[in-house]
Design a protein around this ligand. Structure first.
Ligand code: HEM
Length: 226
């Protein structure tokens, strides 16, 4: 491994770039998912899902997104475990509760919980829509175009209170993870100026709150509706 990559900043760079890329995906994902709550006929959400499934640019971006997730998860876990191994005394004495909240450990645990949520989430929707199909995914006609009834699949899941709670927790975990990860990524990239860091920390909390509230709002909406 080159000396650049083994240096702490160099190693964190890949984690930061993939993290920022994933945040940009989540912006689009949240916006399109909120369509679920704007139109009870499901047409708006079905149109958005159909656009995402058929647009050539999105098709190219899908494997890039998958690689982004895999690299971010594996690389971040590896760096965090290496850091913990290199500095065990940091966590071995002193206030154990405080050490649990040390940012690196905190992000690792949050990230692991988001990963558990993500796996369940992909099984719920993505695998059914892309590979296995589902009896709920019948064909609907929206504006003369035949497409999958993705709305039926999603709204049906949110009739189950257990999934409502899981998706609320998932949204909050993602928001918490990003409220640290966003500014930390910019710091790694080189924004070490104190004024900018203060602004970025504020922005990170704002983005985290929007993600947590936005993703949690969707199951809450369906809980109230059904
Ligand atoms: C209420 C919250 C959410 C809803 C209703 C929702 C809905 C969906 C649906 C319907 C799909 C399948 C799209 C397709 O295959 O065309 C999907 C895929 C996906 N979701 Fe979510 N999602 C939610 C929250 C999240 C969160 C919090 C994350 C991040 C941890 C996330 C990450 C992903 C990823 C990575 C995919 C696969 C990529 C894709 O093809 O779009 N989702 N989601």
């Amino acid at each position: 491994m080159s000396s650049f990559m083994s240096a702490s900043i160099g190693r964190k760079l890949l984690m930061s770039i993939t993290g920022l890329f994933l945040i940009s995906f989540l912006c689009i994902h949240l916006t399109l998912n909120l369509f679920l709550t704007f139109d009870d006929s499901g047409n708006l959400f079905n149109l958005a899902a159909h656009f995402m499934a058929t647009n050539p640019l999105i098709k190219i971006m899908e494997p890039v997104l998958a690689v982004g997730f895999v690299v971010h998860i594996i690389w971040s876990a590896w760096i965090t475990l290496e850091n913990m191994r290199a500095r065990p005394q940091k966590y071995a004495y002193g206030d154990q509760l405080l050490s649990w909240w040390a940012p690196a450990k905190n992000m690792f645990i949050l990230g692991a919980m988001v990963l558990v949520f993500l796996v369940i989430h992909l099984v719920n929707f993505w695998i059914k829509m892309k590979f296995t199909g589902d009896p709920l995914l019948t064909s609907v006609n929206v504006g003369g175009v035949e497409m999958h009834n993705a709305y039926a699949l999603v709204s049906n899941l949110f009739m189950n209170p257990l999934y409502n709670v899981l998706y609320m927790i998932g949204g909050i975990l993602v928001g918490l993870h990003i409220s640290h990860g966003f500014w930390s990524a910019f710091q790694t990239i080189g924004f070490s100026n104190q004024i900018w860091l203060k602004r970025l920390k504020f922005l990170a909390v704002a983005i985290g709150v929007v993600f947590a509230a936005g993703f949690a709002y969707i199951p809450i909406y369906f809980m109230i509706k059904f």
